[in-house]
Design a protein around this ligand. Structure first.
Ligand SMILES: *Cc1c(COP(=O)(O)O)cnc(C)c1O
Length: 427
């Protein structure tokens, strides 16, 4: 595989952009090699500047559930652009978007649009603190909620990949307000509530962990969080930036039957444009400016292009049978991949929920940050490089989630399984 043009671009980029990238994991520092620079993408594939085409399971880290450049999304975007790209005033599109979200996610009475998942979690935390008058937050080791100061403590995703789950530049006083619990371990949360009764504003959780690899919640874990927060008067915030409209129209909360106080969305609801949203119970959302004392705003919030891409995506997702198809594709891939690893004698923990999947290179069950960390990341790096060479594009880290889109055909999945089988034999 020739990457000459990408390598030249990286050399140039590194002189102006830190590590040549605008988001850390893209630099491939943990897996080695030069990232392909992408020039276009269509359906299930992306193509780099040297003309290599890959079957894509990164999906721009989650948003591209319809595949790339879906004709309906592109057509709607072209028409929207003709009408102007930003007004900084209310638009009918935002009302339609709010209707789609609150009708799909029953726990969200009200919703406000922002421009990234980070903004959504940052605003939800501020609101939780402003609403409860409390300052402490509970988060889980290995969960990632964007690069919010209070939440970049023991975070997953890039922090975990580079072995720096705690960021520099966060005042100790603020970090002290963030309490850390263990994912899938309710007792660790209960212990914090006994230690700090009446002081915790909110527990924030990825209901399906997607940033330390993909780890499903154990039975009773989410229910337990709902109970312990309710008892103490703390809020339960579901960060569904990945799972929202990914595991079903009503997200993980619909799948597991939980009623959180607040929900953060992003990724899919932007259809590939920069979007986030947060919302929840009306009595909490009333505390947001200009109705209440918690300030929050955004020049480009509810941007007509971003909302158009998101709305079009959500409307396709509402078509009959889409999530069934996604689940079938996910199951087909997971089964083939597991068989390929078994044939090669490579031990993996294979996780899947619908179209989200992850294979940890470890013999022991993976249920939390510590057990995920036990994975053989050297083996992953070799696996990653091998797959890229075979034209299969997965996230360049053991600690990320793979995504199937409705654009993946059976042929794409068969070719992927075959490539994995071939690479697995070299590990
Ligand atoms: C991606 C992600 C975020 C941050 O979203 P950005 O749009 O990258 O700011 C927050 N929470 C979760 C669970 C995410 O996966």
């Amino acid at each position: 595989m020739k990457l000459d043009t990408s390598i030249a671009l990286m050399e140039k980029a590194k002189k102006m952009i830190p590590a040549g990238v605008n988001s850390p994991v893209r630099a491939y520092l943990s897996v080695g090699g030069n990232p392909p620079f992408i020039k276009e993408a269509r359906g299930a594939t992306i193509t780099d500047v040297d003309g290599n085409t890959y079957i894509d399971f990164v999906a721009s880290w989650g948003p591209m559930i319809l595949g790339h450049a879906h004709p309906k999304v592109i057509e709607a975007l072209k028409a929207a652009a003709e009408r102007g790209t930003s007004y900084g005033a209310p638009t009918p599109l935002e009302v339609e978007m709010a209707e789609e979200i609150v009708s799909a996610v029953p726990s969200m009475d009200w919703v406000r649009m922002v421009s990234s998942g980070t903004e959504a979690t940052m605003s939800a935390l501020r609101l939780a603190r402003g609403f409860t008058g409390r300052t402490k937050i509970v988060k889980f080791e290995g969960c990632y909620h964007g690069h919010v100061d209070s939440l970049l403590v023991k975070a997953g995703s890039g922090g975990m990949t580079f072995g720096t789950p705690d960021s520099a530049g966060i005042p100790e006083g603020l970090a002290r307000e963030t309490l850390i619990a263990t994912y899938n371990d309710l007792a660790s949360v209960e212990a914090l509530f006994s230690q700090y009764p009446g002081e915790i504003a909110a527990v924030i959780v990825e209901p399906v962990a997607g940033n330390m690899g993909m780890i499903p919640p154990k039975e009773g874990f989410l229910e337990g969080l709902r109970e312990v927060t309710r008892k103490d008067g703390a809020l339960l915030i579901f960060d569904e930036v990945i799972t929202g409209f990914r595991v079903g129209l009503s997200g993980a909360q619909g799948m597991f039957g939980i009623d959180p106080d607040m929900t953060c969305l992003g990724k899919i609801i932007g259809g590939g444009l920069p979007v986030g949203a947060f919302g929840g119970k009306a009595k909490i959302m009333e505390a947001i400016a200009p109705l209440g004392p918690v300030y929050q705003a955004g020049t480009l919030s509810g941007n007509p292009l971003a909302v158009t891409a998101g709305l079009t995506t959500l409307r396709v997702l509402k078509e009959e049978g889409i999530y069934g198809q996604l689940d079938e594709k996910g199951a087909y891939l997971a089964k083939g991949v597991k068989e390929a690893f078994d044939d090669a004698g490579i031990p993996v923990q294979s996780h899947r929920i619908g179209s989200m999947f992850c294979n940890f290179f470890t013999e022991a069950p993976v249920v939390d940050y510590e057990s995920a960390k036990a994975s053989d990341t050297k083996r992953f790096a070799k696996f990653f490089a091998g797959l890229l060479n075979e034209g299969v594009y997965i996230a360049p880290s053991q600690f990320e989630t793979g995504f199937v889109s409705i654009a993946h055909t059976k042929d794409d999945l068969d070719r992927t399984i075959e490539a994995i089988g071939k690479v697995a034999k070299t590990l």
